[in-house]
Write a protein that binds this ligand. Structure first.
Ligand code: NAD
Length: 286
């Protein structure tokens, strides 16, 4: 029987989340996505109006179907966490049940269970500031949206993840090497995410036979990456210095995720898989 995937962090057709959805769909999975509440209307209307149809085309010529789009804000675990100003915000008031716990409950109600959980989201309000200029608030916001959001998603989806299932997040090498410009505590958030991948692999593996891995992806011109402001430079740097001198396509990351989610990866858990044309292996620029 086909597998079912929930992919958190899809709001357009430019990011890694979309590409992962396509690779999983091409491999026969049913696709559910979680879309950040403020981006929901434009994403759903673009989908409906056919704006993404070109990018929905799968290798066999058919169009990727997204069975359901759930509104999600992964910085809130349950309704009690939501502050008044957010509740009153009209972009949020227009949707309901978008906290992590409620989304997991809705997916359970709608479909019973899933096999694959994908976390493809990050946010750091002070990402353009060096760490030395980052406020406590900005740092904690980066950790909340980019690291704890994953702990929370896995925690709430674990009871409906079928044994043998797979959970995957996206990370960046700024966690372990100095990448000036990836600021605001985002490098710290990715370090936490990678360390948590190991601990969660143990806990989810023992508890429900779920594998937990993270993909350290090379640079992609996504909406989030453009907001950081140095993405073109990072793409040029990779082209000049990586062992494989080609632009990285989102599809290559999608395919790696499909591999990690498949039985071909049945003994792989707790790892950081680099999908970056090999750039991580270089010790010097050339
Ligand atoms: P993207 O903009 O396509 O994806 C980020 C998504 O996160 C967006 O859809 C955004 O709406 C969503 N989001 C932000 N805050 C949220 C919240 N509180 N709740 C729910 N959703 C929220 O950009 P992307 O670059 O494809 O990012 C996906 C993942 O890939 C991220 O973890 C990112 O750090 C990682 N990554 C990206 C690159 C790159 O160069 N683009 C490199 C390595 C890793």
């Amino acid at each position: 029987k086909g597998k079912r995937a929930f992919i958190a962090g899809v709001a357009d057709d430019n990011g890694y989340g979309w590409a992962i959805a396509k690779s999983l769909a091409a491999a026969g999975a049913e696709i559910l996505v979680g879309t950040w509440v403020p981006a929901l209307n434009i994403f759903e209307s673009s989908l409906r109006r056919g704006k993404f149809d070109e990018s929905r085309i799968l290798p066999d010529g058919s169009l990727m179907e997204i069975t359901k789009v759930y509104p999600l804000d992964a910085v809130f675990d349950n309704p009690e966490d939501v502050p008044e100003d957010i509740k009153a915000n009209k972009r949020y008031a227009g949707s309901s049940k978008w906290t992590v716990q409620e989304v997991a409950e809705s997916v359970k109600e709608d479909f019973g269970s899933i096999d694959i959980l994908l976390h493809s989201l990050a946010n750091g309000p002070e990402v353009t500031k060096p760490l030395l200029e980052t406020s406590r608030k900005g740092y904690l916001a980066a950790i909340s949206a980019s690291s704890y959001s994953y702990v929370s998603l896995l925690k709430h989806f674990l009871p409906i993840l079928n044994p043998g299932g797979s959970s995957i997040s996206l990370t960046y090498i700024a966690s372990e090497r100095i990448i000036p410009g990836y600021g605001g505590g985002m490098s710290s958030a990715k370090a936490a995410l990678e360390s948590d991948t190991k601990v969660l692999a143990f806990e989810a593996g023992r508890k429900r036979k779920i594998r937990v891995n993270t993909i350290s992806a090379g640079p992609l011109r996504s909406r989030a990456a453009k907001a950081i402001g140095f993405i073109d430079m990072m793409i040029d740097y990779s082209l000049a210095n990586a062992p494989l001198q080609k632009e990285l396509s989102a599809e290559e990351v999608g395919n790696a995720a499909a591999f990690l989610a498949s039985p071909l990866a049945s003994a792989i858990t707790g790892t950081v898989l680099y999908v970056d044309n090999g750039l991580n292996a270089m010790g010097v620029g050339v």
